[in-house]
Design a protein around this ligand. Structure first.
Ligand code: CA
Length: 649
């Protein structure tokens, strides 16, 4: 008894000292010397949220966070100082295996969420609770049922979900966490908690919503979807409406490098406000401040990744991207805020993959540990590891806040700094192997306010000779403009004066067919396996003897005087006796020819015509004559990749 009483006293003392019921006042940062911030017209109470769900695991892994003065500090205090007013946290039912080893991604169950919630509340920030209703990641690709509910029917799952939500929220309430919003499911594009019909999804969502209303009647109920570029939100909202879901906020993920334009996002969410009167928000967004990876685990975006890159990967580019997204929310009819996803998911060590891997496994500080294998074999089970977003953090790899983090504090007032180049846009040039290589002497600087300005550039170490002799190839040239690095991609190409030279237009286009033998088939065919390059080629076949007899030609005017060459490729079979030749006509006089042959399937032959001289005003016709007696099943063949180009000695 006594022991128990003593324990109670210690616990209540601890509660006082950890301050979960007493808020600490923080001073919000007032400006930045280097960050340009455009002034936004934000509504009172605009949600400036960040999702730092991985933070406890990071701290357990030894990661330290600092304030703007370089002193070690509670990250939640730094976030509050930076103008953040909402902390979002994901909640998984039971993110661990039978031995209690965590799946990773912060190992966030409700107890972890309470810890995070208490720290948010301490610094005056509200909590946004994100129930995945799964034991691990839920997104448009997967919505797996929690292990404990896996045998349940929908009728059994619904009360289980209600009770779970209610108990979890009660836990937060008991800890005096200031819960402002609760999300019923995460990126639930037509599935949730193992249910794959809207009837099933909505049945469960209604139970979640009911639990929120009972425990936190002041909090908002949110639903959350992804992929606004697919323009399915109106359809989703109609299902929620049909099944009578009680909710306040229709939220969308918006990763600018994947999810279409901001104009589309605004229009998709405005439809929901127009039709159903809901509030809307961006629930997840992020952007890179560097192309570098710092934790030895590959990143979602970086150098050369095939994504939309409307902003440079710089601290200022990152800030401008978020500010534009925030501005888009202000343009929505009922936009209430934006949450940045995982701005603190930085590396847990500086030295090696092995060192980091040990921590990801032990503390759950990577996106997934190997222990998640049994639950999620096809994704986590294969690709488990660290952070794929350390280059999209708002803290550097050592835990110091980036200037971009201040944008939450500065967006209302704006922050003017001197206009200067932040990065130089890459340029791409195409040079004909036969022409002089000319590199641009001006490039576009991306200024810190995201405007563009043409500036002079100096290219370094350009080996023109090697590029001319290297054949068809791409070269990366580095240079300098406005003190920033510039990059030029030089594509050495063989210029082609023919149009539709590989038949990729899917029709003859500029080509003219003259069919003397009335062949059964002469057309442009789509079949990449039968094409020399691309998907399309010219096709012919005819069963009757001597019925393959046609010309295929194209006329070209206004060539610069000089020497030119012409070639075209063929393959085919069952030709019998043939008269096949590529030809060049100058002003309708046959000038040059060369013979070709049909020797078998995919035995392509390139027929080259000897170089010829073009003078001012000449009309050049290049073509191929194909005449086959035919044998067996009839002559057939394919024509592809014609080339007309100038020649230099
Ligand atoms: Ca990484």
């Amino acid at each position: 008894m006594k022991k128990a009483v003593l324990l109670c006293m210690i616990l209540s003392l601890l509660t006082v000292f950890t301050g979960c019921s007493s808020k600490e006042k923080v001073d919000v940062v007032q400006g930045s010397e280097t960050l340009y911030v455009k002034k936004l017209d934000l509504k009172e109470g605009f949600i400036k949220g960040v999702d730092v769900s991985s933070v406890l695991s990071l701290e357990e892994s030894g990661v330290k966070f600092y304030d703007y003065e370089g002193n070690e500090a509670d990250i939640f205090k730094t976030l509050a100082q930076s103008g953040v007013n909402y902390i979002r946290v994901r909640v998984w039912n039971k993110p661990s295996d039978a031995n209690g080893d965590g799946y990773g991604g912060g190992n966030n169950d409700i107890n972890r969420a309470v810890e995070i919630g208490k720290r948010a509340t301490k610094y005056g920030m509200k909590l946004l609770v994100d129930f995945h209703y799964s034991d691990f990641w839920a997104d448009p690709g997967k919505q797996m049922v929690p292990k404990e509910w896996s045998k349940m029917s929908l009728e059994e799952k619904a009360p289980a979900l209600y009770e779970y939500t209610k108990a979890s929220l009660q836990h937060l309430k008991d800890a005096k966490v200031d819960v402002g919003m609760v999300q019923i499911g995460n990126e639930t594009n037509g599935a949730m908690c193992g249910e794959k019909t809207w009837m099933g999804v909505c049945t469960l969502m209604k139970e979640g919503s009911r639990a929120v209303r009972e425990i936190f009647p002041e909090a908002k109920v949110a639903v959350h979807f992804a992929n606004p570029e697919n323009q399915s939100y109106e359809n989703y909202a109609s299902k929620l409406d049909y099944y009578g879901l009680d909710y306040d906020v229709f939220a969308s993920s918006y990763y600018p490098y994947w999810h279409g334009t901001l104009e589309n996002l605004i229009s998709e969410l405005d439809k929901i406000t127009d039709k159903y009167g809901k509030e809307v928000m961006v629930m997840e967004t992020s952007y890179a401040y560097t192309a570098e990876d710092s934790d030895f685990f590959g990143n979602t975006i970086g150098e050369g990744s095939a994504v939309v890159k409307n902003y440079p990967y710089t601290v200022q580019g990152q800030a401008n991207c978020i500010l534009d997204t925030m501005e888009a929310v202000t343009k929505m009819k009922n936009g209430i805020g934006l949450c940045y996803w995982e701005p603190a998911w930085i590396t847990v060590g500086q030295n090696s993959y092995e060192e980091n891997f040990e921590k990801w496994e032990k503390y759950g500080s990577g996106w997934a540990s190997s222990y998640a294998r049994a639950y999620d074999p096809s994704d986590a089970g294969k690709y488990y590891g660290g952070s794929a977003v350390d280059n999209q953090a708002l803290f550097d790899k050592d835990g110091h806040p980036l200037e971009s983090l201040k944008l939450f504090a500065l967006a209302d007032q704006g922050n003017e700094v001197a206009l200067q180049a932040d990065a130089i846009e890459d340029v791409t040039v195409f040079c004909d192997l036969n022409d002089e290589i000319v590199l641009p002497d001006k490039v576009n600087a991306v200024m810190n306010d995201n405007s563009k300005k043409e500036v002079a550039v100096t290219w370094k170490d350009v080996d023109y000779d090697a590029m001319k002799k290297g054949g068809v190839n791409t070269y990366v040239i580095k240079g300098e403009a406005e003190g920033r690095e510039a990059t030029c991609f030089v594509n050495m190409i063989e210029y082609n004066f023919l149009s539709n030279y590989s038949f990729e237009d899917g029709e003859w286009g500029a080509w003219k067919v003259t069919d003397y033998g009335k062949a059964d088939q002469i057309y442009v065919e789509e079949k990449s396996t039968d094409s020399l390059t691309g998907k399309w080629h010219g096709h012919f076949w005819s069963a009757a003897k001597n019925s393959v007899n046609f010309d295929l030609e194209q006329e070209v005017k206004d060539l610069k005087p000089g020497k030119y060459k012409y070639a075209i490729s063929i393959m085919g079979s069952d030709a019998g006796e043939t008269a096949i030749y590529a030809y060049v006509k100058i002003n309708s006089d046959l000038f040059a020819t060369n013979e070709g042959h049909l020797t078998g399937y995919n035995m392509w032959e390139k027929i080259n015509v000897a170089p010829f001289e073009v003078t001012e005003g000449d009309i050049i016709t290049v073509g191929i004559h194909i005449q086959c007696a035919g044998e067996g099943n009839g002559a057939w063949g394919k024509i592809d990749d014609a080339l007309l180009n100038s020649v230099t000695e």
